[in-house]
Design a protein around this ligand. Structure first.
Ligand code: AHR
Length: 514
């Protein structure tokens, strides 16, 4: 049996989790919108066509903010196509996913859906084929109360009150050659700055995120941030970053180590942002918007394959079926985000339904939870509060991680991977939530933990997610194959806790103040 010791103190904090850390993402991609959140005629659909079974699962998952409408899709999107009488909206070829976009669902429907799901909207503007003018018009359409052409158009469309969208992304992955009208860092930085200025002149209360690198292995990573932050420093509050973990090499130990590279990526982007601040002698700290993250590799498609399929509406693409092993790597990513709560203020699980998603549906049929649903739901429900610094003594291993995403293939060393990956969050009510990943594939782990400066604690909830078969999945006909079970035998004596974690397991313990 492996052993790990953990020490923390209630007064030693990393930072408070921003509610927006628990966000997700809805793109016009495959069946995420059509057949996912929106399916008029479905037995559970309401009068707006929103699937009730999906809404119920979204509420259980617990996202707080939803990014929309892309993703790669946004870089060719004319937002005007998605508003106004539905029967007069044009169908367009979407060059991001080689689909036909019917535009039956657009900005106003998204806002209504957010209200139904009780989440905040996050909107991205098109800085690929469009620019600052379309972006400022969209802000006016959404947020201006009335008395101007675009705001009155919204009112004429049936939405009298402004949508008050606070958080806006200045384009998407503009560093990637796969993006429509991909740009150099200077070209993008200039457009992002000018769009940001005008958008904020229309509504001074908005918050803005500039595009950082779409992956740590992009050849321009670092230089891209440096140039883009130089351009946008005075105009944006956030710089974005994206990561998709993979197990192409079918090497579980490396896969479970890979979330540690997210920690490195975050630290590096913080350093890059703070270097720009230092050059200006500025005390402003740009925050990080990790607005796409997940496991994704089995259903990646190249453009040549997409073209062969013609131009379908809402095709079943990117429908990754997640395994137990994926849920573990994903849990490691949750812990990385929590442990950087001081700078990562926004994060979006990409995506929400069907396309690389925690929720799967059958068009016309049922909806169910994928394996990755559970770590996210745990993190959102129990991760609100003050993230504590943890001092961890755990055996480690060395590994390497193959990452072909982007335009270059890299193999990164991942050293000193602690078998125990942990985050600890002190809640306002005096309790403590522990998120623990045992990355040993073979051995149980005995965790001894001391939570200093807490009063007497009692175990109020203890759950584990594990399965004998790391390739186990949840499917329509076996929707509960992988699900959390009670974690037995958690012992607590005052502020000292002892727990035994199964090999390859995700564990959540909530301790309440007595
Ligand atoms: O989430 C799927 C895609 O991944 C997004 O559209 C894009 O931004 C990223 O490359």
């Amino acid at each position: 049996m492996r052993k790990a010791n953990v020490l923390m103190d209630r007064d030693f904090a990393i930072g408070h989790t921003d509610p927006r850390l628990f966000g997700a993402f809805v793109e016009h991609l495959g069946r995420c919108v059509y057949g996912g959140i929106y399916e008029p005629g479905h037995p559970t659909a309401d009068k707006s066509g929103f699937r009730g079974d999906v809404l119920a699962l979204v509420r259980e998952l617990g996202p707080t903010i939803i990014r929309y409408p892309g993703g790669n899709f946004v870089s060719g999107y004319n937002w005007e196509d998605g508003v106004g009488p539905v029967d007069r909206r044009p169908a367009r070829l979407d060059l991001a996913w080689f689909s036909t976009e019917p535009n039956k669902f657009g900005t106003n429907e998204f806002i209504d859906w957010c209200k139904a799901a009780e989440v905040e909207p996050m909107m991205a503007v098109n800085l690929g084929t469009r620019g600052g003018d379309a972006a400022r018009n969209l802000v006016e359409y959404c947020n201006h109360p009335g008395g101007s052409a675009w705001s009155d158009l919204r009112r004429a469309h049936g939405w009298e009150k402004p949508h008050n969208v606070r958080f806006w992304c200045l384009g998407n992955e503009m560093d990637g050659p796969w993006q429509m009208e991909h740009k150099s860092a200077d070209a993008y930085g200039t457009i992002a700055r000018e769009a940001a200025k005008m958008m904020r002149w229309v509504d001074p209360t908005i918050e803005l995120a500039a595009c950082g690198s779409s992956g740590r292995n992009m050849p321009t990573f670092g230089q891209w941030e440096d140039a883009v932050i130089e351009h946008t420093f005075d105009h944006a509050e956030y710089i974005s970053l994206h990561t998709y973990l993979n197990n192409y090499k079918q090497d579980a130990a490396s896969f479970l180590a890979s979330s540690d590279l997210m920690d490195n990526f975050i630290d590096e982007v913080v350093a890059l942002a703070d270097a720009v601040a230092a050059k200006r002698r500025s005390s402003k700290r740009m925050m990080l918007s990790f607005d796409e993250w997940n496991v994704w590799y089995r259903t990646r498609r190249n453009r040549a394959d997409r073209v062969k399929e013609g131009w379908p509406v809402a095709p079943s693409i990117l429908e990754e079926i997640y395994t137990m092993e994926d849920a573990l790597a994903f849990g490691g990513a949750c812990i990385s985000l929590l442990n950087h709560a001081d700078r990562v203020r926004t994060a979006c699980l990409a995506q929400l339904v069907n396309a690389i998603a925690p929720i799967m549906t059958e068009t016309g049929g049922s909806a169910w939870r994928q394996t990755i649903f559970f770590p996210f739901a745990h993190m959102s429900r129990l991760g609100r509060g003050k993230v504590l610094r943890t001092q961890v003594e755990s055996d480690t291993y060395d590994s390497s991680y193959f990452d072909p995403r982007g335009i270059q293939e890299f193999t990164f060393p991942v050293s000193n991977v602690a078998y125990l990956k942990i985050a600890a969050v002190a809640g306002e009510a005096g309790g403590l939530s522990l998120f623990m990943l045992n990355r040993d594939l073979k051995q149980e782990m005995e965790v001894s933990l001391e939570a200093r400066s807490f009063g007497r604690l009692i175990v109020s909830e203890a759950l584990e997610l594990c399965h004998d078969d790391l390739q186990a999945t949840n499917t329509r006909d076996a929707a509960g194959r992988v699900k959390p079970e009670p974690l037995q035998g958690v012992a607590i004596d005052g502020t000292r806790m002892r727990a035994t974690l199964k090999p390859a397991s995700w564990n959540v313990v909530h301790l309440s103040a007595q």
